[in-house]
Design a protein around this ligand. Structure first.
Ligand code: EPU
Length: 343
C-alpha cells in the first residue's frame, strides 16, 4: 500500500458538497497525488466498490449515502511555465486547486483571460468536465490541454481542446468515450495580447456604468465578482449548486412559436440557428422564485438556483426540481435538464 493512501470509513460529506446535504461515504480517500490515485484504484478492498470522484462538490446533489468509495481530488500546484505557446502564457494547475484561487493567482501574475470566470465555485479539475462558463467566456476558450489518468490502462494521457469535445456545459468527460478518465492536471493558455471580453450585455453595462474606458482584467474580475455576489447565493452562507438547470436550446422554429405566444420570452440566437432560452426566466414566470418545498427552495434573487434552507435532504431537492420542471413543461412545452450530477 502506498504510504500516503489513507482510507477512511463512514466519512461525513456535508462539508464537502456546497448544497450542504448530510450524507456519508462508505469509504473516502483524499487523492493528493497521481501515485495515491493509482494505489487507491489498485487497492483490493476498494477495487470492487463503485467510485465517486469528488472535486469541490459544487455540482452534485447527494440523494443518499454513497455506498462505494469517494475519491476526493486534492492534487495541488499552480505554475506559470517559462515558455509561451502560440502567443500565450501557459499556466499548469493541479486538479484539486480551487477555481477562484486560480483566477486570483493569474491576475496577481498580471495574466488576463480568466477574469470573466471569477468566483465560480468548484475545482480546476472539474472546470473542463463541465466546461464552466459565465459572462461570455467558457473554459474551452482558455484551455490548452488536460492531463487525465486513464483508469482502464493505468496510464496518463494528455488531451488537447479538440479531444475534449466541448459543448455547452458538456465535454468528453461526461460522455461514454470519456468513461474512466480522471482529470489530474489542466493547462490554460492565456493570450499575451489580452483583450477584454465584453459581449455579455450585463457585464458591458457594468463596465460602462463604472466609467471604465479601458478596463483591466483585474477591474473586470471585480465587476464580475460584484454581479455574482448580488445575484447568486454564497454557498458558505446558503447551500446551493449554482444554476440548477441548463438553459434549454430549441430550434429557431420552436422559438418563433413560443415567441408568438409569449412575446417577452428571453432568448439568445446561437451560431447554428438554434436559440438558447433563459431557464431562469421560464421558472420565474411559473411563479417559483422564492418558493420552497420543505427545506429546499428557489433562491429569491435568481430562479435558476435551488437552495438548501437548512437540513434539506437530497430527496427534497429532487422533488422540488421535478415540480419546477413539470410546471415549465406544462406551460411552455420546454424540457429542462439539470446541471448538477445526481449521486
Ligand atoms: N431571469 C429572470 N428571472 C430569474 C433569473 C433570470 O427573468 O429569476 C432572466 C434574466 O433577466 C435574464 C435571463 O433570465 O434576462 C438570463 O439570466 P442571467 O443573465 O442571470 O443568466 P442565466 O442564464 O440565469 C447563465 C449561466 C450562469 C452564468 C450566467 C452569466 C447557465 C445554466 N447559467 O445564467 O452559470 O453565471 O449565465 O453568464 O448557463 C452556473 O452554470 O452554475 C452558472 C451560475
Amino acid at each position: 500500500m502506498h504510504p500516503d493512501l489513507t482510507i477512511a470509513t463512514d466519512f461525513p460529506l456535508q462539508a464537502w458538497n456546497t448544497f450542504g446535504i448530510a450524507a456519508r461515504a462508505a469509504r473516502y480517500v483524499r487523492v493528493t497525488s497521481v501515485e495515491v490515485l493509482r494505489a487507491a484504484l489498485a487497492d483490493p478492498a476498494l477495487a470492487a466498490m463503485p467510485r465517486l470522484l469528488l472535486g469541490g462538490g459544487s455540482n452534485i446533489v447527494l440523494t443518499g449515502d454513497v455506498k462505494g468509495v469517494v475519491l476526493h481530488m486534492a492534487i495541488m500546484g499552480k505554475q506559470v511555465l517559462p515558455d509561451t505557446v502560440d502567443g500565450a502564457t501557459i499556466v499548469r494547475v493541479g486538479a484539486g486547486e480551487a477555481w477562484h484561487g486560480l483566477v486570483e493567482f493569474t491576475l496577481q501574475q498580471g495574466l488576463g483571460g480568466l477574469e470573466n470566470l471569477a468566483l465560480i465555485p468548484g475545482t480546476v479539475g472539474a472546470s473542463p468536465i463541465q466546461n464552466i462558463g459565465a459572462y461570455g467566456v467558457e473554459v474551452k476558450d482558455v484551455l490548452h490541454n488536460v492531463t487525465v489518468f486513464d483508469s482502464a490502462s493505468g496510464q496518463l494521457r494528455t488531451l488537447d481542446a479538440a479531444a475534449c469535445r466541448f459543448g455547452y456545459r458538456d465535454s468528453v468527460f461526461k460522455q461514454p468515450l470519456g468513461a474512466g478518465l480522471i482529470v489530474v492536471e489542466v493547462q490554460f493558455a492565456l493570450p499575451l495580447a489580452w483583450r477584454p471580453q465584453l459581449a455579455y450585455a450585463e457585464l458591458a453595462n457594468a463596465v460602462r456604468d463604472a466609467g471604465l474606458l479601458e478596463p483591466s482584467a483585474r477591474q473586470i474580475a471585480d465587476l464580475v465578482i460584484a454581479i455574482r455576489r448580488r445575484k447568486l447565493p454564497d454557498p458558505a452562507v446558503i447551500g446551493n449548486a449554482g444554476s440548477f438547470f441548463k438553459n434549454p436550446v430549441v430550434s429557431g422554429q420552436r422559438c418563433a412559436q413560443l415567441l408568438a405566444a409569449h412575446p417577452a420570452l428571453v432568448h439568445h440566437p446561437q451560431a447554428d440557428g438554434t436559440e438558447k432560452l433563459a431557464a431562469g426566466w421560464l421558472i420565474d414566470q411559473c411563479g417559483w422564485k422564492g418558493k420552497a418545498m420543505g427545506a429546499a427552495g428557489v433562491y429569491a434573487k435568481q430562479a435558476l438556483v435551488l437552495v438548501n434552507h437548512g437540513g434539506a435532504s437530497g430527496a427534497e431537492v429532487v422533488a422540488l426540481a421535478r415540480a419546477i420542471a413539470a410546471d415549465v413543461w406544462q406551460r411552455y412545452g420546454v424540457q429542462l435538464e439539470t446541471e448538477p450530477v445526481f449521486v
